[in-house]
Design a protein around this ligand. Sequence first.
Ligand SMILES: [Fe+2]
Length: 396
Amino acid sequence: MMGITYFRTAETLITGTGSIAQIGEQAKKLHASRVIIITDKIIRQTGLLSKVTEPLISLNIEMDIIDDVIPEPPFENLEQMITKIEGKGYDLLIGVGGGSALDITKVLSVMLTNKKNVRDMIGIENIGNPGLPTILVPTTSGTGSEVTYNAIFTDTRDMVKKGIVSPYLLPNVAIVDAELTLTVPPAVTAATGMDALVHAVESYTAIRADELTDGIALQAIKLISRSLRKAVYNGRDIKAREDMAMGSLLAGISLGNAGVGAVHALAYPLGGRFKVPHGVANSLLLPFVMKYNVVANLEKFSEIAKAMGENIEGLSLREAADTAVTALAQLSKDVGIPASLKDVGVTSTDIPSLAEEASKIDRLLNNNPRWLTVKEIKEIYEDAYGLVEESSTVLV
Ligand SMILES: [Fe+2]
């Protein structure tokens, strides 16, 4: 039986090398006269912003820039920025940067139209009114934030990552231009690219996956698998960057609609407590969670292997599915992501509390193809720490 599903994405998606030049016209179409550009200091230093500001200047659109975004932002980052931008008459917010800058832009836009404390917006559909218009411009190929309707922040009170989820967070326009990613350093390219791959793999195998998201996710897996190594080791390879930009966008669209699962759930406590960058945490955990998930959907894992370019001819369905897990682990290793929790500052005594914390993230765990309780989550962390023998029940 086919269930009823919703499919949502940015109102307008503009892609292609050089597409950033259209940002001025897009701002005009949204009747913007006074724009605030939201970014971080690193982006500002790269000089990349001129590609955004010049088309606006040439159309006489007034603008200010705020570069206060910090990585893996806490709620305080939003609270501090809103005081600087409210009451200034801005009629369009343009977010330029990685996931943090884009998530902040999305939430600032609704903070400006809702007289509500941002902490009261945590959770699903807790925003009363639509926000001010937004244009989102990713400068990394990874988070997919430009097409998702959630935004993730760190709660410094309990060091837990919390999400704000509402269709009002979708932008009016997303501009995805590979040219903006050419100078992203290898380690960031690797972490963000693997995050995108995790979005594609997790949403493809998710409980909420449907026919619409399946095709999009598989294409994302194909593009990312064939080009991530090239993008990491030769950042100037525009073809590889284009594949990554498109792959990450497609993965974001799939994630935005089918959701993600246990990899993200297990990654969040690592981000919150150990400050492991989101992409690194996801990539590190991906092979271990998939080793556990694979039996829940052999057909889909065998399709993943195919999309990754693995030769599965003559293999049984089970063998083909396992090939996907091996290929994902190999890709993560090839792009230099640590393969053990030991490498990111976790000790074995941290595992029980990490598992306890991850087990509370029902929003994601309920969407994972295989049911996990705190016991299994602990086993997966132990496996990622190197504590589990190959013959363990984790493998079934
Ligand atoms: Fe992610």
